[in-house]
Design a protein around this ligand. Structure first.
Ligand code: NAD
Length: 332
């Protein structure tokens, strides 16, 4: 769809996924906006379209690799609607003079809240109780859960979301252990929440009744939750992942659940999204599966779209962006 005037170029903003927001509609009244919701699926078509775009707006499905960005000779900015930059080759974008916009704070509260929701749902068997009651049952004994209070939660990745989870979890009376190689012992949120910083992931896992992960997906964190690390967890521990599917070896997680070593798991994110085929996860009563909705609240979506759209407009008008996550090496 192309918007009204003024049209700076044939395509000021290319949208390569199914993104909808009043903030985009407002932009389309001022710039030429082309919406191609399925373009992310076809790298060749994506490259061809990008050659004619001044800016591009993506969520997490579009893979903006060095190869794809190589074709984007007119591109001045990438607007990432969300957090997690693993689908964007940031060094290449920076080197090619492309500003990457990502409003990093916009959805952290929503992801922290869904994480607490999943911890509570696992502990109190809320999905199981809902399913059995709707099926006509009244199985109070079968739905007996455990309290969060007094248990230990391991938080892997103590950044924006990890810290918000810690503050909320502390209010529930959870004891906290943290693994994050980049966090210093003097970090004030450790003292504020009473969290204990562990030098090794295994050390944190061995102490925890619940484990939640909030690290980015990087070569170091890829499949950091694997057969070895699941084995390091306590018998019956619960595992929650609202970060990126790639940090988990799903085959190893399935094995840990099937053997009974883990008591349950909740996954908002998967290695392949949506998963190409059904797996045994779908059949397990103690597994909660969400379709990557950590940031899907009305508040977080509005904040994110408004911030990205405002920055794309600034850049298209030659002004500086507010939510840039890089400093382009050259200016375009
Ligand atoms: P952040 O950058 O503020 O925090 C990430 C933390 O992970 C940092 O403190 C970093 O030091 C730490 N870290 C880096 N390498 C690590 C390692 N090897 N082991 C342990 N910790 C490590 O990011 P954030 O805003 O808190 O977001 C965390 C992740 O959550 C994002 O990268 C993204 O993948 C994911 N996320 C998911 C959703 C969703 O919808 N489910 C929404 C937003 C973000």
């Amino acid at each position: 769809m192309t918007g009204g005037t003024p049209v700076l170029l044939e395509m000021d903003i290319l949208i390569t996924e199914d993104l909808q927001s009043p903030a985009i509609d407002a932009l389309a009244a001022k710039f030429s906006v082309v919406r191609e919701p399925l373009l992310w699926k076809d790298a060749a078509k994506l490259k061809a379209a990008l050659a004619n775009a001044r800016t591009v707006m993506v969520r997490n499905q579009t893979q903006l690799t060095a190869d794809v960005l190589g074709a984007a000779t007119k591109l001045i900015a990438i607007g990432r609607v969300g957090v997690g930059l693993d689908n964007i080759d940031l060094p290449t974008a920076t080197q090619r003079g492309i500003t990457v916009i990502a409003p990093l704070d916009a959805n952290a509260v929503s992801v922290a809240e869904v994480t607490l929701g999943l911890l509570l749902a696992l502990a109190r068997k809320i999905p199981q109780a809902d399913r059995s009651t709707k099926a006509g049952g009244w199985d109070r004994r079968g739905c007996t859960g455990i309290e969060l209070a007094g248990k230990t939660l391991a938080i892997c990745g103590f950044g924006r979301i990890g810290k918000l989870v810690a503050k909320r979890a502390a209010v529930f009376g959870l004891r906290l252990v943290v693994f994050d190689p980049f966090v210093k012992p003097g970090d004030p949120t450790l003292a504020e929440t009473g969290a204990v910083l562990c030098g090794k992931l295994q050390e944190a896992l061995a102490r925890a009744d619940f484990v939640t992960t909030h690290s980015p997906l990087t070569p170091e964190t890829k499949r950091m939750f694997n057969a070895q690390t699941f084995a390091a967890m306590k018998l019956g521990a619960f595992f929650v992942n609202t970060s990126r599917g790639g940090v988990v070896d799903e085959v190893a997680l399935l094995a840990a659940l099937q053997s009974g070593h883990l008591g349950g798991a909740a996954l908002d994110v998967r290695e392949v999204e949506p998963p190409k085929e059904r797996s045994a996860f779908e059949t397990m009563d103690n597994v909660i599966l969400l379709p990557h909705i950590g940031s899907f609240t009305h508040e977080a979506q509005a904040r994110t779209f408004e911030a990205v759209c405002a920055d794309l407009e600034r850049l298209l008008r030659g002004q500086a962006a507010v939510n840039a996550v890089n400093r382009p090496a050259i200016s375009r």
